[in-house]
Design a protein around this ligand. Structure first.
Ligand SMILES: C[S@@+](CC[C@H](N)C(=O)[O-])C[C@H]1O[C@@H](n2cnc3c(N)ncnc32)[C@H](O)[C@@H]1O
Ligand code: SF4
Length: 444
């Protein structure tokens, strides 16, 4: 592994985030450098039993009732039930294809994450078919966490019972705002009263953990509207609150509206979004919550584990099933075909529907884990020495010094810790640690 010597100078800080494009870093290296040539590296990783770490599974459910103006996730609207049924069968078939491979066969699954899109648009019988199909391909006996994403309008009591039956432990629902005018302005289908009804029914079902999402800086949001949403969220008192800073990715309605000067309201600056996020964290703290990473506050930290995030961000393997899903296995990132047709036809012919991949060098793997763990607020250099055999204080000496000088981070032999100011803008800072060849490339 090549290690840069500790330098005495500091670097310029990354520029303020652009108005458009992605802010949230979900993977490293950036998706734009993943390529078809590396799919063979993914195939090789699958033929080796390369790891004894837990294996997680992410399942993408690409269906929604309506497309929200800000949303960049792949999802289809108004699909007929038979289209959804066929998709479920493809996902199960994809799992069966993986279960035959040496790197997956017989390996215990640690977590399952049903994300979207909106998984709660499925019917009870579709969710049973999906859950039972996946289980029969690979046992869930060792599963520690099953997360299921919902949107308020599509939550029904009988459906929640089915989720509980198939083993869902963690329910996550997108609230985004409690202000009906703002919800409508941003193309959201639900109203605040839908959230309250859905939340009551979720509580009655008795899931182990309930998370609610908010988005700060929706188009047209005022400080007063944000403060009121934070107040109403605290009143509901979920186990955790996750707050995303609104981005305007290229493939969204908001982006086309921005280009044609038709945005229905003002875009908050990044500084303003950070200010509002900081306000929310302060209020959540005051209400007894603990901020556990750059996005979430939890009511009971002693009970809090979010395996999907913890395992993936600590370098464990995860299969990504479904259209456009991404996964990580044996040091190789990969992503599936991005249209329903191409995804389903590959699976129907008995091929894995992988369209692009990236084999990470040892150094890339170190950077990947370092930046993902920084999103958790801090990390321990000893863990990196034990795993990668290097001193990260040396490898990232210049970058750490730069962020420490700007009071965004502190570090010592036993910890690297973001300050509050650093935590609020962590995704913007991460490119500082990227390998030089990825510094200027687009994220997706
Ligand atoms: C797949 S959605 C959650 C489940 C469900 N589809 C819903 O919207 O209620 C995941 C989360 O991503 C966040 N999100 C989507 N688009 C975003 C954007 N442009 N900027 C910031 N966060 C975004 C939202 O908070 C949303 O709850
Ligand atoms: S935010 Fe959720 S409901 Fe809205 S389009 Fe995206 S995935 Fe669908």
């Amino acid at each position: 592994m090549t290690v840069c010597a500790t330098a005495s100078t500091t670097l310029p800080l990354p520029a303020e985030e652009p108005v458009v494009g992605n802010y949230f870093v979900a993977a490293y290296p950036p998706f734009s450098v993943w390529n078809p040539d590396d799919v063979s590296a993914f195939e090789s990783a699958l033929s080796e039993w390369s790891s004894t770490t837990p294996l997680g599974v992410y399942v993408h459910v690409p269906f929604c009732q309506k497309k929200c103006d800000y949303c960049y996730y792949l999802s289809y609207i108004g699909q007929k039930p038979e289209v959804v049924d066929r998709y479920i069968d493809s996902v199960v078939r994809e799992m069966v294809l993986y279960a035959e491979r040496p790197a997956v066969n017989g390996r215990p699954i640690s977590f399952v994450y049903f994300g979207g899109g909106t998984p709660s648009t499925l019917t009870s019988s579709q969710v049973r078919r999906l859950g039972n199909g996946l289980r029969s391909a690979l046992a869930w006996d060792a599963v520690e966490e099953v997360t299921f994403e919902c949107a308020p309008r599509s939550v029904r009591r009988d459906f929640l019972e089915t989720l509980f039956e198939i083993g869902v432990t963690r329910l996550s629902m997108g609230v985004q705002s409690f202000d009906n005018i703002l919800l409508k302005l941003n193309g959201r289908i639900h109203l605040a009263e839908d959230v309250r009804r859905a939340y009551r029914e979720i509580q009655q079902t008795g899931f182990d953990w309930v998370n609610l999402d908010l988005m700060v800086g929706l188009i047209g949001e005022t400080r007063a509207q944000w403060r009121d949403s934070v107040r109403q969220m605290i009143e509901l008192s979920p186990d955790s609150v996750t707050i995303y800073q609104t981005e305007i990715p290229y493939n969204t309605q908001l982006y086309s509206d921005l280009k044609t000067n038709r945005l229905p309201g003002a875009v908050a600056s990044w500084a303003e979004k950070r200010e509002r996020l900081s306000y929310a964290f302060g209020k959540l703290n005051g209400a007894g919550y603990t901020v556990v990473n750059a996005y979430a506050a939890v009511k009971d930290p002693a009970r809090h584990r979010f395996r999907y995030q913890d395992y993936l961000w600590h370098g464990h393997d995860m299969l990504g099933l479904g259209v456009a899903s991404f996964g990580y296995l044996g040091g190789v990132h990969y992503q599936n075909a991005a249209t329903l047709e191409s995804y389903e036809s590959a699976v129907a012919e008995g091929f894995l529907p992988v369209k692009r991949a990236y084999r990470l060098s040892d150094y890339d793997q170190l950077v990947r884990e370092f930046i993902l763990q920084l999103k958790l607020g801090g990390l321990n250099p000893t863990d990196f020495r034990n795993k990668f055999g290097v001193d990260i204080l040396e490898v990232f000496g210049t970058q750490l010094k730069t962020l420490a000088a700007a009071r965004l981070l502190t570090y010592s032999a036993s910890s690297v810790l973001l300050t509050n100011e650093g935590l609020l803008q962590v995704d913007r800072l991460l490119p500082l640690f990227y390998n030089a060849q990825y510094q200027e490339v687009r994220y997706t």
